[in-house]
Design a protein around this ligand. Structure first.
Ligand SMILES: [Zn+2]
Length: 110
């Protein structure tokens, strides 16, 4: 808050993100910057090395992920740079859950 006021006083372009929850803050930012509240895997990047990830065939990851993961998921992505494999696991579900919540706040349908 103090930093926001100091920057404002100096004429720096600022935006104070308000909200009690992660979803409220996301909705606040989406409104201001017209952000899409979606995960677009076609433009997703590897969190480890920032390379754009690519979809890969399920049968090519059989030896590279846990057996349970292989059984449970059908879609996989690979980072062509560092070789990291990605799938829509618990982390992905948590993120999309938060995005859905933010969308409800944004569109006032809650
Ligand atoms: Zn990578």
């Amino acid at each position: 808050m103090e930093l926001y006021q100091q920057a404002n006083a100096r004429g720096i372009d600022t935006f104070l993100v308000k909200g009690r929850t992660e979803a409220e803050r996301l909705a606040c930012m989406a409104r201001k910057y017209e952000l899409p509240l979606e995960i677009d895997v076609t433009v997703s990047r590897c969190p480890k090395c920032n390379t754009r990830i690519k979809p890969i065939a399920k049968d090519t990851v059989a030896e590279r992920v846990e057996k349970a993961t292989f059984t449970f998921y059908n879609e996989f992505w690979e980072c062509p740079n560092c070789g990291q494999i990605y799938w829509r696991g618990a982390h992905w579900k948590r993120i999309t859950g938060t995005l859905e919540e933010a969308k409800k706040i944004l569109h006032g349908t809650d």
